[in-house]
Design a protein around this ligand. Structure first.
Ligand code: MG
Length: 292
């Protein structure tokens, strides 16, 4: 897709070339989400198809897991294991040596709504959002066991699971700044904005509005190595500087629900956009992944 790069600030072209092409890697899916780069391949979810796939430059798209328990967001833990939010099973799972295990299934003895997106911090803590999107819209009131739609932090060091935010309409994508002092969280419900929190251990402070998204809503997002935030929006990816200035947009033919950096050089931006997987080459890498 030519003319996909819209600079709102001239510095945007330091991040991505003005003539960068958004490339269709493969279409024909149902609803894609959860891209994460793992060991030379992109893992991603097709939620309604109850399947996960792996894409690599050499092999294209291959089956990865089916059923996937309608997995949505994916990330890696400090050891590089896949951590997945699952709508079907209403759990957060971890896959070690190809074996899927339930990592978390309840808070205060009650089932989660439908874990949506997840990030891991450099202390190994697992932060995830729990809106009810994975429950049938007409049965949410009946099926929701949690009193609200929370953001959670799980500390594997002491096994504690705590609620870190409870004032979202629909908490959705989330992302740490490269220094992990900030956590960005999308509210894809009525507010249609991204909020920014200061992270203190296992608690959050602040939560002011960082960016209002128009058109569409924010869902998945990632930071680049310089701390710019690349968030999904109705027309593609919107890129904000750390102080909240809109630098530019990457327009996508279909609305992306999530995005991540990866590829052989770490500079490819992948977009899981409804029925298709897209990619565009940038001039930046994603924020380094925390590792043990
Ligand atoms: Mg999401």
């Amino acid at each position: 897709m030519p003319n996909a790069i819209v600079a709102e600030n001239p510095s945007f072209n330091d991040l991505i070339a003005a003539d960068a092409d958004v490339t269709l890697l493969q279409g024909g899916f149902k609803f894609l989400e959860g891209p994460v780069w793992q060991d030379g391949r992109l893992i991603f979810s097709d939620i309604p198809a109850d399947a996960m796939y792996a894409w690599s430059p050499e092999a294209g798209v291959k089956a990865y897991r089916s059923p996937s328990f309608r997995s949505n967001g994916n990330t890696l833990d400090l050891q590089g294991n896949l951590v997945s939010c699952e709508h079907g099973s209403r759990v957060v799972s971890v896959t070690v040596d190809d074996e899927r295990k339930v990592l978390l299934d309840r808070f205060n003895g009650k089932l989660f709504n439908s874990p949506n997106d997840v990030v891991v911090r450099n202390d190994g803590s697992v932060w995830f959002t729990d809106p009810p999107y994975g429950l049938p819209a007409d049965k949410r009131a009946e099926l929701m066991e949690q009193e609200g739609k929370y953001v959670f932090c799980f500390d594997p060091n002491d096994g504690s699971l705590s609620k870190v935010a409870s004032d979202f309409d629909m908490p959705n994508g989330l992302c740490f700044s490269p220094d992990e002092k900030r956590l960005y969280i999308a509210d894809s419900g009525k507010p249609k904005h991204v909020r920014v929190f200061n992270v203190h251990g296992k608690t959050l402070e602040g939560g002011e509005v960082f960016a209002r998204i128009e058109p569409g809503v924010p869902d998945g997002m990632r930071c680049d190595e310089h701390g710019n935030l690349w968030t999904t929006a109705g027309d593609g990816i919107h890129v904000y500087s750390p102080d909240g200035e809109l630098l530019g947009k990457v327009l996508c033919p279909e609305t992306p629900a999530n995005t991540c950096f990866g590829g052989p050089n770490g500079t490819t931006l992948f977009m899981t956009a409804k029925t298709s997987l897209y990619a565009v080459e940038t001039k930046v890498k994603g924020a380094p992944r925390p590792v043990k």
